[in-house]
Design a protein around this ligand. Structure first.
Ligand SMILES: Cc1cc2nc3c(=O)[nH]c(=O)nc-3n(C[C@H](O)[C@H](O)[C@H](O)COP(=O)(O)O)c2cc1C
Length: 372
């Protein structure tokens, strides 16, 4: 599970940081990952009230180009947000307010509200007696609900704890919250998995572990050492999404005509020029086969030697797949973002091996990245 934490206190060893440190231990016990950001170290402006995010004609993401965009991107890909702020003069401190100001661009009146079942944990620390600011912080927590998060827990911690000591109970509570928000979801809880598993030719659809993703990335990297390097851009895009699914499809009894193939491989120069591409359209193929400026390196891969400039590097690029599955729209509708990619033969064999699937040519693997 992927969690991000935003700490509004500028103090790296203060009360907020100490509680977050313990929460992180709980997250790590479940093999979750917590990325911590300090607002004070980032370039984040308060909301400018321009309302571009709720323009009725073309609502956009927040148009201020600063580090909040990065945090917003991370939030979209995370399972939970932990927010920790100290009390300065009876309220969340200034850094916390600046960060929360920008939630304006993520409420229901914008297209940017967070989707999926994401949790929020709010930590508020202060010097006064524990409980003094419960009402205040519960009110502020509503803002987190307004951007699509489900508040899992509010830790309202006073008495200068935990640095003042006597806080083992509190720190254990922090670790426990960390464990709770990082419990791995059952695969079947994802609608996209349920849809995939209901399809006839899908033998397996499994959420990929981080280790498996790393292994597959490593296998893909090996292709960079080939004579003409192969860059699997589609797979990278899929892995950039919050989760990835290894989908094994059995095409044994299916005769897919060449015309239905979707091109995904191109030969490019380092300047971005397309020097070669897959062609499956019969008319286009016929025409190109008679073109003296076109050279076919295989039955369906045309290259354009005229566009090749001496000295420029060339590499194959594998793009994401579009129109690969009949039920692609159904899958897309179950998530907010989705990328279908095709792994290398070696990665395909590896996935089939660990899933105990026979190594047959007509049984192929796809990797689908998605963010709920
Ligand atoms: C500028 C400033 C103002 C503060 N105002 C209050 C306050 O009004 N009420 C309170 O209970 N504590 C107040 N405190 C104490 C802090 O809220 C408390 O020490 C908090 O746990 C600090 O968190 P940190 O160590 O993560 O920075 C204040 C501290 C500072 C530095």
């Amino acid at each position: 599970m992927k969690i991000i934490t935003v700490i509004a206190s500028p103090q790296k060893y203060g009360n907020c940081s100490t509680i977050v440190k313990e929460m992180t231990k709980g997250i790590q016990e479940n093999n979750g990952e917590n990325t911590i950001y300090y607002v004070d170290d980032m370039n984040i402006k308060p909301c400018q009230g321009c309302k571009a995010c709720r323009n009725p004609k073309k609502p956009s993401k927040c148009i201020i180009n600063d580090d909040f965009r990065k945090i917003m991107d991370e939030m979209e890909k995370s399972d939970a947000l932990i927010f920790a702020a100290p009390n300065y003069f009876g309220e969340i401190n200034a850094q916390g307010h600046i960060f929360m100001d920008r939630f304006y661009s993520m409420t229901k009146s914008t297209p940017n509200q967070l989707k999926g079942d994401k949790k929020a944990v709010i930590i508020f620390t202060y010097g006064a007696k524990t409980g003094t600011y419960d009402e205040y912080i519960h009110k502020r927590a509503r803002l987190f609900e307004s951007i699509g998060l489900k508040v899992h827990e509010i830790l309202s911690v006073g008495d200068g704890k935990p640095l003042s000591g006597n806080s083992e109970e509190l720190l254990e509570k922090a670790r426990q919250i960390g464990r709770e928000i990082s419990v791995k979801r059952n695969d079947e809880e994802y609608e996209i998995i349920r849809i995939l598993r209901s399809k006839d030719r899908v033998l397996r659809a499994e959420i990929m572990s981080d280790e498996l993703k790393k292994k597959i990335t490593k296998l893909e990297m090996k292709r960079l050492d080939e004579m003409v390097p192969v860059i699997n851009k589609g797979l990278k895009q899929a892995f950039d999404e919050k989760e990835a699914i290894a989908v094994v499809i059995d095409n044994t009894d299916v005769d897919v005509s060449i015309e239905e193939y979707t091109p995904s491989l191109t030969l490019q120069s380092n300047k971005g020029t397309i020097i070669g591409e897959e062609i499956y359209d019969p008319d286009e193929l016929e025409e190109l086969k008679h073109n003296p400026n076109v050279y076919f390196i295989s039955d369906y891969f045309a290259t354009y030697p005229n566009l090749s400039v001496p000295g420029e590097k060339q590499f194959f690029v594998v793009s994401k797949l579009e129109g690969e599955l009949d039920y692609e729209d159904e899958l897309k509708n179950s998530v907010s973002r989705m990328v279908i990619s095709s792994p290398s033969t070696e990665a395909d064999h590896y996935i089939k091996k660990i899933l105990n699937i026979p190594q047959k040519e007509k049984i192929t693997t796809l990797i689908i990245g998605f963010t709920e």
